[in-house]
Ligand binder design. Structure first.
Ligand SMILES: [Zn+2]
Length: 300
């Protein structure tokens, strides 16, 4: 019998479109990039959560109402801001269907390639450890997974995750035309890569980030068909496909440099709903998260 493919909905909970800036360790929100130096120099003031907040209710309501297990990879700073300004949302994020991973304190460029700020092992350890502490404390949870900001890790990252007893990383891309299985990457750390389909496949080159969809660069039907194709190509036991998105992308369009209207946000949630529905209707998938996957195999 054909195996069910695990589908992981993975949401990077970022400040609105985090970008690296030369000589600043923290990321800034792209919509704030022309603000004064005082604002940009402050990790807190340069982090706008407007996009994530504008679509928080419709998105979270959808995930809860339709019982879609999802993992959020949190920036500690954004979670702190959410906790201060919208504490009622924290209780929704604590629901059992949600897994809580981490994604840098201030969306740091760990490699320093973009910011010019190199982090030694101690500094990187402190950032990831502080992020873990904040996320575990605010959400009263345990963190199992890490996704590197900008999907860029250093030669120390996996060793640090191992020291902090974080079980898995999801910061690498893997080219594939079908669902994949996680593999051990370092010591006890498992890697759950993000699929990228090859350019010469029928799906064309597609990252399983929904970025081009929300930017209007790929139409919804194409994206849905590509996911269905990935599922149809999959036969292996224990395989998964992750659907990767950003918390703010339902409500902020980068190329148009604007926050979307309420109606446009609802339309984006509807597109996401269609994708989930069509996968569900295929009867070939099961919605899960990396944490559930690890639990089911007695790995945590
Ligand atoms: Zn991010």
């Amino acid at each position: 019998m054909k195996q069910l493919v695990n589908i992981f909905v993975c949401i990077d909970f970022d400040r609105d479109y985090a970008i690296p800036i030369k000589n600043l360790q923290h990321a800034i929100s792209y919509p704030l990039r022309n603000q004064s130096k005082d604002i940009l120099d402050s990790p807190k003031l340069s982090a706008s959560l407007k996009g994530s907040l504008n679509c928080f209710e419709p998105l979270i309501k959808y995930l809860i109402d339709f019982n879609v297990p999802s993992v959020f990879y949190f920036e500690a700073r954004s979670l702190q801001i959410l906790n201060s300004n919208n504490p009622n949302y924290i209780s929704l994020l604590k629901k059992d269907i949600f897994e809580h991973g981490i994604h840098g304190f201030d969306h740091e460029d760990l490699t320093g390639e973009e910011t010019g700020i190199l982090l030694d092992r101690d500094k990187e350890l402190q950032i990831i450890k502080d992020t873990q502490t904040v996320v575990e404390s605010i959400l009263d949870t345990k963190v199992y997974g890490f996704r590197a900001p900008y999907m860029k890790h250093t030669m120390n990252t996996f060793d640090i995750l191992s020291e902090l007893k974080i079980c898995y990383d999801s910061s690498l891309y893997e080219e594939s035309v079908k669902a994949i299985t996680p593999h051990e990457i370092f010591d006890s750390i498992l890697e759950f890569p993000v699929i990228k389909t090859p350019k010469d496949s029928v799906m064309g080159g597609m990252y399983t980030y929904l970025w081009p969809l929300f930017e209007g660069k790929r139409n919804a039907e194409d994206v849905i068909n590509n996911y269905l194709q990935l599922v149809n190509n999959s036969q292996e036991d224990d395989s998964y496909i992750s659907i990767n998105l950003h918390s703010w992308h339902f409500s902020y369009n980068i190329s148009q440099e604007r926050y979307l209207t309420k109606l446009e946000i609802e339309e984006n949630v509807q597109i996401f709903d269609n994708l989930i529905n069509r996968l569900q209707e295929s009867d070939k998938v099961i919605f899960s998260t990396p944490k559930i996957w690890l639990e089911e195999r007695n790995l945590i």
